[in-house]
Design a protein around this ligand. Structure first.
Ligand SMILES: *Cc1c(COP(=O)(O)O)cnc(C)c1O
Length: 387
């Protein structure tokens, strides 16, 4: 099966991990800050806090921004459930803003409309989480302007988007947000096995997230509310978690970061080939905005179902049976039974639902060969043309 995405691991990556295994520190050693520095440097942010998953990064980002009960968090319905769950972890209420039919990202116009209504009803969100779907940045400048007008904070869910650019700046520099979150799950652009990172330009937010990832404990005397009992003393001043990344993971992350540009270039080259090869088929290829450079985490295509005689279900299973590891990103979050139990209904976000009804993600990853790609295209041709 040719997967829709997978990691690329080199001998240097393996060496880097082995070196940590032979060293004194498997966790809380020097590899974590080195990895954090590498990400800061690459995305041009002042601070970075490494954690054990993208989901943990979203959770502590919400807590650092003091999201709590009675607050609202808004995000896109076209995302992985974690972008919304993080609000529920904090006891907040979650709502969604429908997507734009071209970029499949949270629509800034619909956001504005919803903000006007929310203001009238006294239900403005505390946090909005735009998700850079498939690696293409949302309209961050516009969303930032709205945040200034309506007084909400912004966490960019850039789980798909490390290595991408927006208005000639790297995604993650937080020019238009408080915090940006990345995921290093193996299907993402770079991997640490499991892992995540939150970047910010606020010293205060960075420090809060550092404490939240490690039990809410500090060893800094200046942060303690009383004199230490002795040199062994540490103080818990908030309720935190153990969300730490290990040095084993961080060493892999550092080694992977060194190849970020190469990975993105590979993905772009493959995406260009798809544009040519899919041109004559009854599918819509993902539109690219001129003010951003996608990291091409995913390659979602829309099936023109009125031009083919098969259903999406049939096309999907036929491709799988031919060894093409297609997938679907995403089942709209509000249609999940758990979210329906909170009161959301089918029909609430029609663009996300219409998109879901015709989308299939086809394989794209650094290290995919032209031969594999040609095979994928040939199978799509046969499946959508025949019968
Ligand atoms: C992968 C992903 C996450 C969660 O990241 P993990 O590292 O798997 O916890 C969150 N949001 C989006 C959009 C993702 O794709």
């Amino acid at each position: 099966m040719i997967p829709y995405g997978r990691q690329t691991i080199s001998n240097e990556d393996i060496e880097a991990v082995i070196n940590v295994l032979k060293s004194d520190y498997l966790t809380q050693g020097p590899a974590v800050p080195t990895f954090e520095q590498a990400v800061c440097h690459s995305v041009n942010s002042q601070y970075a806090v490494a954690v054990n998953s993208g989901t943990s990064a979203l959770h502590i980002a919400c807590l650092a921004l003091e999201l709590g009960e009675d607050d609202w968090l808004w995000t896109s319905p076209n995302t992985f459930v974690a972008s919304a769950n993080c609000g529920l972890y904090c006891g907040a209420k979650v709502d969604f803003v429908d997507i734009d039919s071209q970029s499949y990202n949270l629509c800034a116009k619909k956001l504005e409309k919803k903000l006007i209504e929310a203001k009238a009803n006294n239900r403005l969100p505390k946090i909005v989480i735009p998700v850079h779907f498939a690696g293409q940045s949302c309209d961050m400048k516009r969303i930032y302007e709205l945040s200034q007008k309506y007084g909400f904070r912004i966490i960019e869910d850039a789980s798909h988007a490390i290595g991408g650019e927006y208005k000639k700046q790297p995604v993650g520099n937080c020019q238009y947000s408080d915090i940006t979150v990345f995921s290093f799950h193996p299907v993402k652009i770079i991997t640490t096995g499991e892992g995540g990172m939150a970047t910010t330009n606020s010293k205060n937010l960075a420090r809060r997230m550092e404490m939240l990832r490690s039990h809410g404990i500090t060893r800094e005397q200046s942060e303690m509310s009383k004199e230490p009992d002795g040199d062994w003393y540490y103080q818990q001043s908030m309720l935190g978690f153990n969300y730490r990344m290990t040095d084993i993971q961080a060493a892999l992350g550092c080694s992977q970061m060194a190849k970020l540009k190469e990975f993105i270039n590979d993905r772009h080259a493959l995406a260009r080939r798809y544009v040519e090869q899919l041109a004559q088929l009854p599918v819509v290829i993902p539109l690219q905005n001129s003010d951003s450079i996608s990291s091409y985490h995913l390659y979602p295509i829309l099936l023109k179902l009125d031009e083919v005689t098969k259903t999406k279900r049939q096309i999907f299973s036929e491709l799988r049976s031919k060894g093409v590891g297609v997938n679907v990103h995403y089942i709209p979050v509000h249609t999940q039974p758990y979210y329906q139990s909170l009161g959301f209904k089918l029909g609430d976000y029609p663009e996300a639902e219409a998109y879901y009804n015709s989308v299939i993600t086809i394989p794209l990853f650094s290290g995919m060969t032209h031969q594999q790609q040609d095979y994928v295209v040939e199978q799509i041709k046969q499946v959508v043309r025949l019968g």
